[in-house]
Design a protein around this ligand. Structure first.
Ligand code: ADP
Ligand code: MG
Length: 263
């Protein structure tokens, strides 16, 4: 297995979202407090989260592991404002996600958060470069600029020359790299990845995880990744173990992985 060589991170003239002068100069963390989530109602209720406290600091990487049904996806969705917790709060840059209008939450998800799912959820009709450019185009960045930045990310992730391929013409690992480019193209504060290598063979999955963690680090985004790959601790600053809706253990990574000194 060869480690992909990452080329320089592409830059963008005009970041989407707030005008540059209005962007917060001091990045603040994501702070989740006493998060609980119950699906359904009495009798048929499932407690998916049973009180999670978690702070994600800017630029850090956190792996979340745990058996199926332990609440990992629910936690990610609550942190990202996709699902409203039953109780508890999620503060992002000082604002409680639950207090925002749906429109504001949607804009925030598009501008501040990036997502990578188990299988990329790419649009089959669009070439790789346009799939990766979608968040920028939704944000009003002109098409030429959006595809230029997206192509830069594809090259950074080892996909130079494949820009015009449609998802069906890419391997699973290549498609996930396109999904990673799409997650990073808008310079998000946090990338959430829910079992991003779950549909890949082990070697390809490990490679994609390595690319994801180093690309997030290069872009300055924090990363929260749900994975079953025990090798992930090598790439993430810390690993949380979940069970029955709670964080039951936390491991710090060896310092080389936390600082990136091994790459
Ligand atoms: P994981 O990602 O760790 O597998 P989930 O967060 O998906 O766990 O699920 C946690 C628990 O909540 C499970 O018991 C699951 O069946 C339940 N659950 C998840 N989503 C829903 C939903 N939309 N409606 C009802 N129950 C759900
Ligand atoms: Mg899940």
């Amino acid at each position: 297995m060869t480690q992909p060589t990452l080329s320089p991170v592409p830059t963008r003239a005009t970041p989407p979202g707030l005008p540059v002068g209005q962007r917060p100069t001091t990045p603040t963390p994501l702070i989740a407090s006493a998060l609980a989530k119950t699906y359904g109602t009495e009798g048929a209720a499932t407690q998916a989260l049973a009180g999670v406290d978690l702070t994600i600091t800017p630029g850090e990487s956190v792996a979340i592991m745990g058996p199926s049904g332990s609440g990992k996806t629910t936690l990610l969705h609550c942190l990202a404002g996709i699902v409203a917790p039953t109780s508890g709060t999620v503060l992002w840059r000082g604002e409680d996600l639950a207090s925002l209008s749906e429109a504001r939450r949607t804009a925030l998800r598009r501008q501040d958060f990036g997502f990578v799912f188990q299988s990329g959820q790419l649009l089959p009709e669009l070439p790789a470069v346009e799939n990766a450019a979608i968040p920028l185009m939704l944000d009003g960045v002109p098409r030429s600029e959006a595809t230029r930045v997206a192509a830069g990310w594809l090259a950074h992730l080892g996909l130079a020359g494949l820009e015009q391929r449609r998802p069906g013409e890419l391997s699973g690992g290549q498609a996930q790299r396109v999904a990673i480019a799409r997650a990073l193209v808008g310079s998000p504060g946090i990338v959430f990845a829910d079992e991003p290598t779950g549909a890949l063979d082990q070697a390809t999955g490990a490679e994609v995880l390595a690319v994801l963690t180093s690309a997030a680090r290069a872009s300055g985004a924090a990363l929260v990744v749900v994975t079953h790959d025990p090798g992930v601790a090598r790439h993430c600053g810390r690993t949380l173990a979940m069970r029955d809706g709670r964080v039951v253990q936390e491991f710090a990574a060896p310092t080389t992985a936390a600082t990136g000194a091994d790459r």
